[in-house]
Design a protein around this ligand. Structure first.
Ligand SMILES: Cc1ncc(COP(=O)(O)O)c(C=O)c1O
Length: 368
């Protein structure tokens, strides 16, 4: 039993997190989701360790739902079901690490390429995996510069390439076209290529965007990851990684403990995040995801229009949910939790309201 003082600390923390949830526009996390009917799972132990598709005597898990989530995204990303495997990760960072791990196991002598607009999880992963890498220029829209990729790759033309393609960069939601990535590497004389799509934010809606940037299994990638807590929103971070089975075979390790060969990175894995993601996809279906994306996209367009009409040079990539702004003042950044690098950005995720956008526009007008 908590004493009064500790009970107050918990109450205060809940109020503070609630208030912070109300006032952020700068990070790509959906708001206003409700998983209340899942609360009862907080009273039972759960652990999805091991391969979600493998046999196990341990039954305190949600692996059946995890497999359905994987199958759903395999469909969305046009993967051949019998040739694709995946699992639910702790987040996008684990998904990127996993994709690069598969790439390195396929090509131990490979060189990793990614643009300088890439999320820092990729630099972390290449360091961890001791992968030699080359950082490629990004264009002002956040897309990788294919000519620079070709030039850098020509220095290592006899070595395989392991590429992280951004399907939505962190700051500008810039997208790398995997067909153009392949062309650039081919023109540089590189013959063996592994491509991992980092679709942290855009994964759920990239299939519905127009114009559609090539990024999925039919387009020729080897693995794809997304963050579950970004577009869908979740009370705890989570992610999905999918990969071609032929690559996964290479990292399978048998373990007496899990009773089946295991190809996941972690040991114990959450049994709750698969339930949350399953609940989200079953509630929405592909049509619901598309509708939710279209609503956000409309509001992102509205934000750009309103900011531009107020003389603020805001822009976004075609059909993106990320609105790129000139660096905002510190107090505004603190109020709306807006991250600033060379630019600032606002991400119109599900749960973002017109009222919030209007309030931001007003505040930016005053700050000019
Ligand atoms: C493009 C991109 N990749 C990867 C990540 C890492 O994802 P996570 O925070 O789920 O580990 C992020 C997070 O913002 C991201 O924007």
């Amino acid at each position: 039993m908590l004493d009064q003082q500790h009970k107050r600390r918990i109450d205060d923390l809940f109020d503070a997190m609630n208030a912070a949830n109300e006032s952020f526009l700068g990070y790509p996390f959906a708001k206003g989701f409700s998983y209340e009917s899942l609360w009862r799972f907080m009273t039972v132990s759960g652990n999805n360790f091991g391969d979600p598709f493998g046999p196990q005597t341990y039954r305190v898990n949600s692996r059946l739902l995890e497999c359905e989530v994987i199958e759903f995204f395999a469909g969305l990303f046009r993967a051949a079901p019998s040739e694709t495997w995946g699992y639910i990760t702790s987040g996008g960072t684990e998904g990127n690490t996993y994709g690069l791990y598969l790439g390195r196991e396929l090509f131990p002598n490979g060189v990793a390429y990614f643009s300088n607009d890439t999320h820092y999880s990729v630099s972390k992963a290449v360091r961890l995996l001791r992968l030699e890498h080359a950082v490629v220029q990004a264009t002002p829209s956040g897309e990788i510069a294919y000519d620079d990729l070709a030039q850098q790759a020509s220095r290592f033309r006899r070595r395989p390439a392991i590429v992280v393609a951004n399907i939505g960069t962190t700051m500008k939601e810039g997208k790398d076209d995997v067909s153009k990535v392949r062309q650039a590497l081919h023109s540089a004389g590189v013959e063996e290529v592994y491509i991992h799509s980092d679709a942290a934010l855009c994964g759920p809606y990239a299939p519905f965007q127009s114009p559609r940037t090539p990024f999925d299994f039919v387009d020729g990638v080897d693995s794809i990851m997304l963050s579950g807590h970004k577009f869908f929103g979740a009370p705890v971070p989570c992610g999905v990684v999918l990969a071609r089975k032929q690559h996964v075979q290479r990292v399978l390790r048998t373990s007496n403990y899990v009773e089946s060969a295991d190809a996941t990175l972690s040991g114990s894995r959450s049994a709750y995040t698969p339930i949350v993601l399953w609940y989200a996809i079953r509630n929405l279906g592909a049509d619901g995801i598309k509708r939710m994306f279209e609503q956000c996209e409309g509001l992102a367009g509205y934000a750009v229009d309103q900011l531009s009409a107020s003389g603020i040079s805001a822009w976004r990539n075609p059909s993106a949910l990320t609105v790129v702004l000139p660096p905002v003042e510190e107090c505004l950044g603190a109020k709306w939790q807006i991250m600033t690098q060379d630019v600032s950005r606002v991400v119109v995720t599900p749960g973002t309201t017109k009222k919030q956008i209007d309030a931001l526009v007003e505040a930016m007008k005053i700050d000019r």
